[in-house]
Design a protein around this ligand. Structure first.
Ligand SMILES: Cc1cc2nc3c(=O)[nH]c(=O)nc-3n(C[C@H](O)[C@H](O)[C@H](O)COP(=O)(O)OP(=O)(O)OC[C@H]3O[C@@H](n4cnc5c(N)ncnc54)[C@H](O)[C@@H]3O)c2cc1C
Length: 506
């Protein structure tokens, strides 16, 4: 497995195709270093013997030990470990660990490429191509990102109906040795620090959208690909450093006449499978969210409790209520992911059919619990910021910059007037308000909230998944029975195949 330094060294050799604020920049530009340190934590932690079980796995392709982020889930234990690894790492960096998009895209494509080949009766080799690509990805311990979200143009028009065909990434031309793709994917996290970009469709597709049913992987600096990056760094500290300084990036990925050889293509025109690919990436990603959002909840809870202590209001009744709210959302999100792992299996939910076997045998988390957990905890993001705002008061918005705390003309007065609680040193109180200002009042803090709300799909997407997949009919039949109406069925839920409990629990 690689070290963080190996990862950075490899990025430093990649071609320059990153545009930031009007300039072409290197991947190892100083601006990207905070982000590299964050994602680099996944290498540092995987190398520690005490993290071996949680952070590494045995590849089912090669039998070699690999980083768990590059693993295809083989059983429910893998799903549990992925969730717990994500929570543990996100706690360490105080937010998004940034490597899960590759995990979730590889797991989705692994299954969909298999099913597409099966439906094509052997006329395509998507799955074999993907396994070859994946073997190298695992052996070289590479970082993948997932480019799913298209610019989408007019939201009320489907892909083939858009006046600009590039509103969704699509196959422009089919050649003997590959395809040519065109279009733009947006908001793609960590694409500027990824070795490989996995491209998957955004939404359900119709037959006339078949050119939009395309999945492939290319290196981040591939010919025909430009990235316009936004880099999210906090205000630098000179005198009062944070314990960990995170960073992240998102890219607009512009594909122009971009040639992709067949061995890197995993879906090309199978429109029914394109929609499943979109849903499956979202599903795996919502499962990852059940690890990261609880970690963010851990940080928010600690922050809220410290804000209350700095203000010496920790015993107030409204503080208890707000801390309880944060804990409830955090642990319900975690519990939903835990259940999704426990009920996972080589199956997906197909409307009208219930759960059906899917893929070559790898494990897929339970869809309802992934969606319920993501929606519940994703929608809570702004309310949690409101709690922090309430408990902190206005200080967080107007706290003086750090140099005023070292300037002899202002330092002593500022410390004197920063002091609130007598139980925490005033230096620590000042350091806490700086930290909370980073979270609540910076551009990066705002971007994080929007990412936590929309990333993995806006709440409406989870609500659609939940209501189309949940067996509402069997509940209606049960109520009809209880109410004494016609068409009632006392056993309706027992007959439903909505939840298949693992044998051990029966
Ligand atoms: C910080 C951040 C990081 C992200 N990282 C990634 C990433 O790594 N990879 C990736 O692929 N994506 C990523 N995303 C994208 C994320 O998944 C999308 O933002 C999300 O799916 C919403 O899509 P959208 O932004 O196009 O908003 P829209 O879908 O345009 O939503 C805007 C509004 O329009 C409504 N709407 C949209 N379509 C319709 C319709 N047909 N009918 C009625 N109402 C409609 C929505 O419900 C919503 O209210 C990221 C986003 C953010 C903010």
């Amino acid at each position: 497995m690689r070290t963080k330094q190996d990862y950075i060294n490899r990025l430093s050799k990649m071609k320059r195709n990153l545009y930031f604020d009007g300039q072409l920049i290197d991947r190892t530009d100083e601006l990207q270093m905070r982000c590299l340190n964050t994602i680099g934590t996944t290498y540092d932690e995987a190398a520690k013997p005490e993290n071996q079980e949680l952070m590494t796995a045995i590849s089912h392709l090669t039998g070699e030990r690999i980083n768990r982020f590059n693993h295809i889930h083989q059983n429910t234990i893998d799903l549990h470990n992925k969730q717990d690894m994500t929570r543990m790492l996100c706690q360490k960096v105080g937010g998004c660990i940034q490597r899960c998009m590759g995990t979730d895209a590889t797991n989705a494509i692994y299954n969909v490429s298999f099913e597409a080949d099966k439906a094509n009766n052997g006329a395509t080799q998507y799955h074999e191509n993907f396994k070859k690509w994946l073997t190298r990805f695992q052996k070289e311990d590479l970082i993948g990102c997932c480019a799913q979200t298209d610019v989408k143009g007019d939201r009320m028009l489907r892909p083939a109906d858009q006046p600009n065909p590039g509103a969704y990434v699509h196959i422009k031309e089919r050649l003997k040795d590959g395809i040519v793709v065109e279009g733009c994917k947006v908001h793609i996290s960590e694409a500027s620090v990824a070795d490989e970009v996995l491209v998957v469709p955004t939404r359900a597709l119709r037959e006339q959208d078949k050119d939009y049913a395309v999945a492939f992987a290319v290196p981040g600096d591939w010919d025909g690909l430009k990235q316009v990056v936004t880099i999210h760094n906090l205000r630098e500290r000179e005198h009062f450093p944070r314990g960990f300084m995170p960073g992240s990036t998102d890219s607009y990925m512009i594909f122009e006449n971009c040639f992709v050889p067949w061995e890197r293509v995993f879906l090309a025109g199978e429109w029914q499978h394109g929609g499943v690919n979109a849903l499956l990436f979202a599903l795996f990603h919502r499962h990852s969210y059940s690890g990261c959002k609880p970690a963010i909840g851990d940080v928010i809870l600690g922050t809220a409790a410290l804000a209350a202590e700095c203000n010496n209001i920790q015993k107030a009744e409204h503080v208890r209520k707000k801390l309880a709210e944060i804990i409830m959302v955090t642990e319900l999100g975690y519990a939903a992911g835990y259940t999704a792992s426990d009920l996972g299996g080589p199956q997906v939910f197909m409307p009208g059919k219930g759960f059906v076997p899917y893929g070559p045998g790898s494990y897929i988390p339970h869809s309802i619990y992934c969606n319920v957990g993501r929606c519940l905890s994703g929608e809570a993001v702004w309310h949690e910021s409101e709690i922090l705002c309430d408990l902190a008061g206005g200080v967080v918005a107007t706290f003086p910059h750090e140099k005023d705390f070292v300037n002899p003309e202002t330092k002593d007065a500022l410390l004197k007037y920063t002091k609130r609680s007598s139980k925490i040193s005033v230096e620590d109180q000042a350091q806490f308000w700086r930290f909370l200002g980073d979270a609540l009042c910076s551009a990066t803090g705002g971007i994080r909230n929007i990412g936590a709300y929309h990333g993995g799909g806006s709440p409406i997407m989870e609500q659609i998944a939940i209501t189309t997949q949940y067996d509402i009919e069997s509940r209606k039949k049960l109520v009809k029975y209880i109410a004494g109406m016609s068409g009632g069925d006392r056993e309706a839920l027992a007959k439903s195949n909505f939840i298949k409990r693992p044998k051990k629990d029966r």
